[in-house]
Structure formats: structure tokens, C-alpha cells
Design a protein around this ligand. Structure first.
Ligand SMILES: Cc1ncc(COP(=O)(O)O)c(C=O)c1O
Length: 479
């Protein structure tokens, strides 16, 4: 719901987004011309253009030369979560499920594989390689001691300062002394869980959730409870509150801004409520914000951490998806758990390589990051749009897919009778990798879903692979 502080173009974009979503502006219909809308609403041409362009970036409308803006046809979204309101206790992960992860990972390293699975872009085109290379050389020349001296915490001040400066874009006011540098987001998540739980404790995970969180919980000896999570709403806070009222839960792990695998975000009001729940129930909320900067629409929506009054939210993220995957530079802000988690980090691996941190800090300082992110958002929005378009025409009727609000992941619900695990196995035999939905649940739910990734240059090979998947599904329906 736009507030009085929402920019005019954003309010108009939200209004039109609503009309498109609920069918008042059906696929194929033409938006009123820019001039007409500007006149009717007493807005400037630039304001209307900015709103229309935002809808275009989201893939909801397309500009046709000399004709205007048209609503795109789209796949239906999945319905409200089919999971019960009351979350169930999870079972241990099946061996077959773990074997499937290994098979997909092994296939990804084969150059002949058409990869629709990996959630990290391989193409150097998606990264500012030239600038980073230059800064690597420059930093080695200017500060050779970074290569020879022992790296100690808390790590380069320049990087921690820049992290805090950029965190403003996500609504957060952070202090450099509270930033703990980590080996990617995964180490931050591990430290967060180790910092607030003990083996045997219970944690709440979203369902679906990022599959590595499931194995992390298992390795830490934690019990998991799945909380239904819906593309439009994020984690069901009613279900979470019910759970918190009935059971001692030591941590809640969530991806509220551009979720993996859903690709969508929790509304801002729900984020605010989640921060309040954390405080009321005195439960740590571990917020994985890895894809938050890849939201398509700007200004970016804030994180849950932005509403954290009492330090119950632990924010974990990294630059592996947005900037330099090979650097593995991640960071966290652990709120009231800061001291304990900084000590855990020290005992686990002392510190991060100062050299890479300095290079990244120097890059962030240049201002090129904002520009790079703008380009990345455009590229991913267009790729996701293309992916959804091909799914819409290649997959059998009854297929639904999320409408991502950022990043490059699409969560696809298969038609009734189809099975994501079988599709994954059949696709692997044909040199195509996808991620079956069952990996995203500790109890193997979401068997009729798959996650597809659009983070490679989308080529004819990808289109061909999607057509093959469509045929395989058709065959499943026939059987
Ligand atoms: C949601 C989510 N969190 C964390 C990670 C791990 O991030 P990193 O590579 O920075 O450790 C991933 C990787 O795919 C992810 O998708």
C-alpha cells in the first residue's frame, strides 16, 4: 500500500500493478498513452514514463514501437500455500534426496550440460571484471603488506564502512564496528545458528527454503519445523505466531527479500510485523538477505533488520551473487548476539583474507556498484521474463510459476500428476539440470515443483532444453 511518502511514479506503478494482477487490465490490453495518463492524473510525462518503465522492468508490460505499452501475457502464479496452517515436525532428509543434489552438482561441471539449476551466474559478463582486476593489481601495488601480513579481525575498515553506506539503500543504519566479515553468506548463516542454538534445539524454517539451510541444520543437530511460505506474502506470520505460542523455538530463518526458491519478497508491513514478533517472543530471526540488492524495483524495499529495535534480527549476506563470486566475501550484523558470534568466528577461522576485502572496499567506494546493480537488475528481469515466457508456451496446461520481484530464480508448480524428482532424473539423462522442489523441504514436500534459474546468458540451447522439459512432462501426464 503506497504511503504519503511513496514517490508519485511508484504509487502509479503499484496501482497499475494491482490492476494487472487482478485482471482489470488483462493480458494484451493497451495501457492508456503516457500523454493521456499524464493529462488525466495531472502528472508529468516523466512521472508516468518512470511508472511504465518500472512495470516494464518487472515484466508486466512491454513497449511496442509506435504503439504504446501493452500488458504481457503471463503464467498464472501458484495459489496460496497448500501447507496446513499448523506446521509439522520434519523428518530426516532422505538419502535419495541428498544423492540427487550430488548428481545435479556433478552434471553442472560438465561443459555440455544445459544448466537451469545453478543459482550463481557463471558468465563473467555479469560481473564488473575489468574494474575488479584493475583494483586487484592496484591494491597489490599500493598495499603489498596485505599479501604478507597475517589477516586479523575485524578486517578492512574501508570495506566495513562501505558495507554500512550501501546498507542504507536497504533501509539499515549499521556501524562498521558491528560488521563481522565472513566466508560468504553460508558461513554467516552457520555462525548465526551456532550463536543462538545448541544441538537438539528446534528452529523454524520456511517451506520451501534454501536446501543448504536444511543440511546445515542437520549437521548442527537441530530439529526443523516448516512454516508455510507463500510467493505473495512470504513466511506465514500467523503460522509462525501460532508455533511460537505453542513451542520453544530457538531461531527463525527467513529470506524475506527475494526468496530462494520463490524469487519473490515479503511485503514491507509483514517485515515490520516479523521484527516485532522477534522482540515480543524474544526469538532470534536470522535474515538471509543474499538477493535483496537484486530487487528489480527501486527504491529497494527495506530488510526486516531495518525494523529491528532490540537486536533480535541477525542479518546475513554476501557479495557472491552480486559482485565477485570467487572472492566469497560475506558479512553479518548480529545485533544483541554480536560479541558471542564474533568470538565464534574467531575460533572457527580467525579472519577473512584482508587483501580481497580491501579490493572489494575500494570497488564499493568508487560508486560503480550502484551502476553495476542497475544493469544486473535489468539483465535478470529480462532473462526471468524470457524464461517465464518459454515455460508458458513449452510446459503443459496447468503449469504455474511465480512472478519474481528480483533475482533470477523461478519456482514452477507442475501440472497435477507430474513429479519434479522424476523430471530431474529424466532431464539429467538428456544433459539438462534443474532443481527438484523436494530439495527445498526437510520432509520432501513440494514434490510437484521445480526451481529454474535464469542466471546464464539465455540462449537457443536453453529454449531447446525447456521444450524438452515440456515434452518430458507431457509424457508423465500420458503415463
Ligand atoms: C538463499 C541463499 N543463502 C545463502 C547462499 C550461500 O551464499 P554464499 O555463496 O555467499 O555462501 C545461497 C547460495 O546459493 C543462497 O541461495
Amino acid at each position: 500500500m503506497p504511503s504519503e511518502h511513496t514517490p508519485l511514479y511508484q504509487a502509479l506503478a503499484e496501482e497499475l500493478h494491482g490492476a494487472i494482477s487482478d485482471g482489470r487490465l488483462p493480458a494484451g490490453s493497451r495501457l492508456p498513452s503516457v500523454r493521456e495518463t499524464a493529462r488525466n492524473r495531472a502528472l508529468s510525462i516523466n512521472t508516468v514514463l518512470a511508472a511504465y518503465r518500472q512495470l516494464e522492468t518487472r515484466g508486466q508490460v512491454e513497449a511496442r514501437p509506435q504503439s504504446g505499452y501493452f500488458v504481457r501475457s503471463r503464467l498464472p502464479s501458484p495459489p496460496a500455500s497448500p501447507l496446513p496452517l499448523k506446521p509439522a515436525t520434519a523428518q530426516p532428509a532422505e538419502v535419495a534426496v541428498l544423492g540427487r543434489i550430488e548428481a545435479v552438482l556433478a552434471a553442472q561441471s560438465n561443459p555440455g550440460t544445459i544448466d537451469l539449476s545453478l543459482a550463481c551466474p557463471k558468465s563473467s559478463d555479469f560481473y564488473p571484471g575489468r574494474q575488479l582486476n584493475r583494483l586487484v593489481v592496484d591494491t597489490a601495488r599500493r598495499k603489498p603488506e596485505l599479501l604478507t601480513d597475517y589477516s586479523l579481525p575485524p578486517g578492512p575498515l574501508l570495506l566495513r564502512r562501505e558495507i554500512c553506506r550501501h546498507a542504507h539503500d536497504l533501509g539499515m543504519t549499521l556501524a562498521p564496528e558491528d560488521i563481522i566479515l565472513t566466508n560468504g553468506c553460508m558461513e554467516a548463516l552457520q555462525l548465526a545458528l551456532r550463536g543462538v542454538t545448541r544441538p537438539g534445539d528446534t528452529i523454524a524454517l520456511e517451506s520451501p527454503t534454501y536446501f543448504n539451510l536444511i543440511s546445515l541444520a542437520e549437521h548442527l543437530g537441530l530439529r526443523t519445523i516448516e512454516v508455510p511460505t507463500h510467493p505473495g506474502q512470504g513466511m506465514s506470520l500467523d503460522a509462525l505466531e501460532l508455533l511460537l505460542s505453542e513451542k520453544r523455538v530457538q531461531a527463525v530463518v527467513t529470506m524475506p527479500s527475494v526468496h530462494n526458491p520463490l524469487g519473490t519478497s515479503m511485503p514491507v508491513a509483514a517485515k515490520r510485523r516479523l521484527a516485532a514478533l522477534a522482540q515480543t517472543w524474544r526469538v532470534p530471526v536470522i535474515e538471509d538477505a543474499l538477493y535483496a540488492e537484486l530487487q528489480y524495483a527501486t527504491p529497494l524495499q527495506p530488510t526486516v533488520k531495518s525494523f529491528d529495535g532490540d537486536g533480535w534480527v541477525i542479518l546475513c549476506t554476501s557479495y557472491t551473487k552480486t559482485l565477485a563470486p570467487g572472492f566469497r566475501v560475506g558479512w553479518m550484523e548480529a545485533g544483541r548476539f554480536q560479541r558471542r558470534i564474533a568470538a565464534l568466528k574467531f575460533s572457527a577461522s580467525l579472519a577473512q583474507p584482508a587483501f580481497l576485502g580491501e579490493v572489494l572496499g575500494a570497488y564499493l567506494e568508487t560508486g560503480g556498484y550502484a551502476q553495476h546493480l542497475r544493469r544486473l537488475r535489468r539483465v535478470y528481469a529480462a532473462q526471468v521474463d524470457r524464461l517465464r515466457g518459454v515455460i508458458g508456451s513449452a510446459f503443459p496446461a496447468g503449469t504455474r510459476a511465480t512472478e519474481p520481484t528480483g533475482g533470477f530464480l523461478v519456482w514452477v508448480e507442475l501440472p497435477e500428476g507430474c513429479d519434479g524428482n522424476h523430471l530431474c532424473d529424466d532431464a539429467l539423462e538428456r544433459g539438462i539440470t534443474i532443481t527438484p522442489g523436494s530439495l527445498f523441504s526437510p520432509s520432501g514436500r513440494h514434490g510437484n515443483h521445480i526451481r529454474l534459474s535464469a542466471c546464464h546468458h539465455f540462449s537457443d540451447r536453453h529454449v531447446h532444453a525447456l521444450l524438452t522439459l515440456g515434452e518430458l512432462l507431457q509424457r508423465q501426464i500420458g503415463e
